[in-house]
Design a protein around this ligand. Structure first.
Ligand SMILES: C[S@@+](CC[C@H](N)C(=O)[O-])C[C@H]1O[C@@H](n2cnc3c(N)ncnc32)[C@H](O)[C@@H]1O
Length: 265
């Protein structure tokens, strides 16, 4: 079993900041009087997002990093397939990361794997600024950032068979049962990710919330294009570092579960 270390979530308290991205449990949108056959007054739930816009101050250093490095490292979201070779200025294996938070693991992995390109999605602006700072401090050249919903990036920017790997580390666990539907890792998204992986490409998830770990293992095991690299949970791959939050959790006796599947040939 790949039980390894622990972490404590720093993310549990989220603050709704942007009504355009209201949580699924907020009041649903009211349909306009309609030509689509749906009676006026019938309501639709908004698309369920796996995140909320959290409050958080962008520091002066992060803002400066945005100004200096944004033009080179932050890509605009466009609903068109990405040309990764042109974007990174070289041809190399492409790894997608979903939800890098403050980018601690992202920068570490980019540093220890200089021959790979990392396309990294995060919606939290201070996190983008923090990763840009790390890019500067660690002189990284193999990261590009999309400050956008990764689900839309997958849908519109990433063709099938375009990825060599996917990293999803400590996705928001959405602990309450009524919020479980907001979890990122569910069958429809996993099917899309599997289709975007090249044969032999990998999908690596890690979480410190056991019920979510079990859900991830179940959902990935049920995807016909994917094959587990372990009997159940995987040993922690050596490229994934222990972040300071994991270390703190380890001291508190929490568990962490890695799950690594590959795309079948
Ligand atoms: C619990 S944090 C973990 C961050 C980081 N991976 C770590 O290990 O510290 C989850 C992050 O995923 C981001 N996120 C959730 N859903 C996302 C989505 N659909 N697209 C982009 N980012 C997303 C959130 O904004 C949040 O920063």
């Amino acid at each position: 079993m790949g039980f390894s270390v622990a972490t404590k979530l720093q993310w549990r308290t989220v603050i709704e900041q942007n009504t355009a991205l209201a949580p699924a449990d907020a009041a649903p949108a009211v349909a306009p009087a309609t030509t689509s056959g749906i009676p006026a007054g019938v309501t639709h739930p908004k698309t369920i997002k796996s995140f909320v816009r959290r409050a958080g101050r962008t520091t002066t250093g992060q803002a400066k990093a945005f100004e200096d490095l944004g033009p080179r490292f932050v890509l605009p979201y466009t609903a068109a397939p990405i040309d990764a070779t042109a974007t990174f200025g070289r041809s190399a294996p492409l790894v997608l990361e979903i939800g890098f938070g403050m980018g601690e693991a992202t920068a570490h992995i980019a540093r220890v794997r200089p021959d790979d390109n990392f396309l990294c999605c995060e919606v939290h602006e201070p996190g983008v600024g923090a990763l840009l700072k790390r890019i500067r401090e660690q002189e990284l050249t193999n990261i590009r950032i999309l400050q956008h919903d990764a689900v839309e990036v997958i849908d519109h920017m990433l063709p099938e068979g375009s990825l060599d790997g996917v990293h999803i580390f400590f996705p928001d666990p959405w602990h309450k049962t009524k919020h479980n539907k907001r979890r990122l890792i569910q069958s429809p998204l996993v099917a899309k990710l599997a289709a975007r992986l090249k044969p032999g490409g990998y999908l690596h998830c890690a979480t410190d919330w056991q019920p979510y770990a079990e859900q991830i293992l179940q959902v990935l095991s049920a995807e016909p294009l994917l094959q587990n690299t372990a009997e159940a949970f995987a040993p922690q791959p050596d490229y994934r570092p222990l972040t300071k939050f994991e270390n703190r959790g380890l001291r508190l006796g929490h568990g962490v579960w890695d799950v690594v599947f590959i795309r079948r040939h």
